[in-house]
Design a protein around this ligand. Structure first.
Ligand code: FAD
Length: 282
């Protein structure tokens, strides 16, 4: 339970962090809340030779109104996302999801950027961000680029971030009154990761779904869209939910672990997708 030796530097800006990462080479890693990286280091699954602390510089901790979206700095703690008055009004789904992560200690240390960059398919925020069609902002030696959340999570603990790139901001759309949403997480104990989770964002008009995005967590190596469900519910009303939910696990390859096997996960995906759609229809 004792990490291998490492050096530690505190970055004063994103540019400084990029310099430190570059000087540290392959062994350098960013440290944000440390609530995923430090446990891996204690188990010696991760052995960075240099940690570059970005959580103390302050400039990446903010929640701002961006007009049609809310911009959240990568080092913003889960607790601040959960309690944000701006998000409560503009995107209550993200505020709710942040409040379902771990326990109060985890939420007061863990950051939105760390959770997203870590790329754990069982994490709550990645699944919600895919359903919300969020945009991720990354800064690297080549400049700044934006990546749709749907393209960001490429595999287990793997993302579209390149070597030396830093995730700086998460942008979530402002949800209007015609948009219904739900995020449901099935776990054994309140503070655990999801055995399966489902997020639904439905744009409604006269009782039908004009568009729907349904994402599932822990049903593969990365968050997956339930495309069959989306197809079946788009243009249809509440009476189509059962048939749409029955297609939730189509094309998925869920993992087996001590909590659940693939068949049970497929069943959970169908149940949770149906309940999430019911809630999103209002
Ligand atoms: P760190 O651990 O500091 O970093 C994680 C990884 O991301 C590292 O590889 C780091 O180099 C990289 N990184 C960090 N920031 C950036 C950045 N800005 N740009 C590029 N790379 C970056 N999560 C859930 O979703 N649901 C849960 O129920 C849940 N329960 C938990 C329970 C416990 C007991 C613990 C310890 C953790 C739990 N977590 C859960 C994980 C928690 O949300 C972590 O805070 C989060 O996954 C990682 O955020 P962090 O800021 O701690 O990142």
């Amino acid at each position: 339970m004792i990490p291998a030796p490492f050096d530690y530097e505190v970055a004063s800006s994103v540019e400084h962090a990029m310099e430190l990462l570059s000087a540290g080479g392959d062994g350098a890693k960013l440290l944000a809340g440390g609530h995923s990286l430090i446990p891996l280091m204690k188990l010696r699954f991760a052995r960075p030779t240099l940690l570059v602390d970005i959580a103390r510089m302050g400039s990446l901790s903010y929640i701002r109104d961006g007009g049609d979206h809310v911009a959240i700095g990568a080092c913003t703690r889960h607790a601040d996302v959960h309690h944000s008055e701006l998000l409560a009004e503009a995107n209550p789904m993200l505020a709710l999801v942040a409040g379902l992560i771990g326990d109060p200690q985890v939420r007061h240390k863990g950051t939105i950027g760390g959770s997203v960059a870590h790329g754990d398919p069982a994490s709550d925020l990645p699944t919600a961000l895919v359903a919300l069609d969020a945009t991720l902002v990354a800064q690297g030696a080549g400049g700044t680029r934006t990546i749709p959340a749907g393209d960001f999570f490429t595999g287990i603990f793997t993302t579209a971030l390149g070597a030396g790139e830093i995730l700086t901001e998460v942008r979530v759309p402002r949800l209007d009154a015609s948009t219904g949403w739900s995020y449901l997480k099935f776990n054994r104990r309140a503070q655990d990761w999801a055995i399966v989770s489902a997020a639904a964002v439905v744009r409604r008009s006269n009782g039908t779904a004009e568009s729907a995005r349904v994402a599932l967590g822990n049903m593969g190596t990365a968050p997956v869209r339930a495309r069959g469900t989306e197809e079946a519910i788009t243009g249809a009303g509440r009476d189509a939910i059962a048939a749409a939910a029955a297609r939730a696990a189509e094309g998925t390859d869920p993992p087996a672990d001590t909590n659940a096997g693939p068949d049970y996960r497929r069943h959970l995906a169908q149940v949770l997708a149906g309940r999430a759609l019911e809630a999103a229809f209002g």
